[in-house]
Design a binder for this molecule. Structure first.
Ligand SMILES: O=C[C@H](O)COP(=O)(O)O
Length: 254
């Protein structure tokens, strides 16, 4: 079975102490993950080392950065490189979240550079894609999301593409309490898989985990994750509450 992943994205929330307590509470639930189940915490940069040390003894729990810069190194005050993340053994990095695309003008081309740097540094990118409401209303979401994949991912070799995780996050569902329906999520995930299959072949496409993001909650995760092409979720708000995120982890396909 493909990897089934519950990824928490804390965004710019929680103090260090609150983050530490949240991790303690979640790990304290002692959820035994199966080999194909992963839990990933995408935390603010100052919390990466703390998170790494909290999870390092735990089977299949991992740390992720929320972003990295699209240059290797140099005079870029305030930025963090993929090489720096690798040097502190961070194994995942979220790339192209819609908030980065919107507030920091990250283009598909810039995201392609970030993906390359992550892969060169042995970091698995969690590549986010997804359409705004206007595109959904015009019913052109498939073309829109396929273009994001094409411009950011399709330069990668078949060996490299297998090393990434994709997160489909319809922007109109992020932080709004409005989720895509199970049918809408499954339909888009199956479409993304078909786009990957057309480019790389079915057997490679079948190995790539595609997460759903956008108002995943404790009470809807099981249904959303149950769809055949949905391999878990990238969770914002509900990942900040231990009891809720614990339920979301338990909702991963067994
Ligand atoms: O990265 C997570 C997504 O932006 C979803 O956020 P949300 O669960 O608060 O809607």
């Amino acid at each position: 079975m493909r990897k089934q992943i519950a990824a928490a994205n804390w965004k710019m929330n929680l103090t260090f102490q609150q983050g530490e307590k949240l991790l303690d509470d979640i790990l304290g639930a002692n959820i035994d993950l199966a080999d194909h189940q992963l839990v990933i915490f995408a935390v603010p940069s100052p919390y990466l080392l703390m998170t790494r040390s909290e999870v390092e003894e735990e089977k299949n729990y991992y740390t992720s950065a929320q972003n990295c810069y699209n240059k290797k190194s140099g005079a870029y005050t305030g930025e963090i490189s993929a090489e720096m993340l690798h040097s502190i053994n961070v194994p995942y990095c979220v790339i192209g979240h819609s908030e980065r695309r919107e507030y920091f003008n990250e283009s598909n081309a810039v995201l392609a550079e970030k993906l390359n740097l992550c892969l060169e540094n042995y970091i698995t990118p969690i590549f986010c894609c997804g359409e705004p409401l206007s595109i959904r209303e015009a019913n052109t979401q498939n073309e829109f999301v396929a273009q994001q994949l094409k411009e950011s991912l399709f330069h990668l070799s078949p060996e490299k593409i297998k090393d990434i995780v994709i997160a489909y996050e319809p922007i109109w569902a992020i932080g709004t309490g409005k989720t895509a329906t199970t049918e809408q999520a499954q339909e888009m995930h199956a479409y993304l898989r078909s786009v990957l299959a057309a480019q790389y072949g079915q057997s490679i496409s079948d190995q790539i985990s595609i997460l759903y993001g956008g108002s995943v909650k404790a009470n809807n995760a099981k249904e959303i994750f149950g769809s055949p092409d949905v391999d878990g979720g990238l969770v914002g708000g509900a990942s900040l509450v231990a009891a809720d995120f614990i339920e979301i982890i338990k909702a991963l396909k067994a």
